[in-house]
Design a protein around this ligand. Structure first.
Ligand code: SF4
Length: 347
């Protein structure tokens, strides 16, 4: 396989086989590449800590590190950790597809990821099934089926759309693979354990930091969120971005998907299946990635900010709804107990 191709797309199976070696035991591969394994372990830790990393440009190193990262992430099996790493990989893949000069390479990558399409006059005709399976980016108007041109029952995609579909297919498959239950040969676990330890500890710390936002305290909700909840409880049909904000916020402060779902009960276009799917998608518990809570600036630009109704927001010290919640939750510490004990958890 061509070296530049495997460097850009290290997940292509024929290339993987070439670099892994035929019939080689996993323990042998790990020991032979222990220097790369140490680098990969550091890279994953950096990504978890929010740092940027670059990928090698030399084919042997690029492919072996790609394989090693997958092995280590499968061993760790932490959704948050693997999502951070997969997002970095998918970004590189997207950039490479956008810049790709050779249509045949795009065809090869798409086929590898199970996307069915035909190249006609420089445009890609994608089957509706492949399109829907991968066009799962929440709120991306470019990927809505109703915004697509259709020919002969297929979606006409330009390079940008095809790059997005490939990016999403890669992410979905990568996440499914590294988060599925796998058993490692007895002699392999002790090798991987040493490289995984720091990452596992850091992943746990981050979860703890998230939990430090405190138990549910609806009195500490920022006015923007309270407004959405109030509108929904009155049966008003709130906008898509408002629902997105509600789900990301409630997920981030620790509510389960079922608890989040209860907030949607009064919405007029209530459709249980779709709502559940969207919650799973936004919170990253389905096949999607975990989305961040929008900042105050974003909410303002969407017309969802109600800062004028609240003293703390008006003071100008709040730049994120979670900061608001954290501040109020800390101040009102003792009152929280009642809500946690079940006296006031519903709305
Ligand atoms: S300032 Fe931020 S927290 Fe306050 S209402 Fe506006 S968006 Fe919400």
């Amino acid at each position: 396989m061509k070296e530049d191709l495997i460097t850009k797309y290290p997940f292509i199976k024929s290339g993987l086989k070439e670099y892994f070696g035929f019939g080689k035991p996993l323990s042998e591969f790990l020991e032979e590449n222990s220097n790369y394994l140490a680098d990969v372990s550091r890279d994953i830790l950096d990504v978890v800590n929010g740092k940027d990393i670059s990928f090698p440009i030399e084919p042997d190193e690029r492919v072996k590190k790609f394989i090693l990262a997958k092995i280590l992430l499968t061993f760790i099996r932490d959704y948050f950790v693997s999502a951070r790493y997969a997002i970095r990989e998918r970004k590189i893949l997207y950039d490479n597809i956008e810049l790709e000069q050779d249509h045949r390479n795009i065809m090869l990558v798409a086929k590898e990821l199970g996307i069915k399409f035909e190249l006609r006059d420089g445009r890609y005709l994608v089957s509706v099934q492949s399109f829907l399976k991968n066009a799962v980016v929440f709120n991306d108007k470019e990927l809505k089926l109703c915004n697509q041109e259709m020919i002969e029952g297929r979606v006409v995609a330009d390079r940008r759309i095809i790059a997005k579909l490939i990016r999403e297919a890669f992410y979905r498959i990568y996440m499914e693979e590294v988060n599925s239950l796998s058993s490692f040969p007895e002699e392999v676990s002790p090798i991987l354990k040493g490289y995984a330890e720091k990452i596992i500890v850091r992943g746990g710390q981050i979860r703890q930091e998230r939990a430090n936002l405190g138990p549910l305290n609806t009195k500490a909700f920022p006015p923007c969120l309270t407004m959405i909840i109030s509108q929904m409880s009155k049966g008003m049909n709130v906008s898509h971005p408002a629902r997105f904000f509600l789900v990301t916020f409630l997920h981030r402060i620790g509510l389960s998907n079922d608890e989040i779902f209860k907030y949607f009960g009064e919405v007029p276009d209530f459709a249980e299946k779709i709502t559940k799917y969207q919650i799973e998608h936004i919170t990253g518990t389905g096949r999607g990635r975990e989305y961040m809570v929008p900042s105050c600036n974003t909410l303002m630009s969407l017309g969802l900010c109600y800062k004028e109704t609240d003293e703390l927001c008006r003071s100008g010290v709040i730049n994120h709804p979670l900061n608001y919640y954290k501040r109020k939750n800390v101040r009102r510490g003792p009152e929280r107990k009642n809500e946690v004990n079940g006296e006031k958890t519903n709305h």
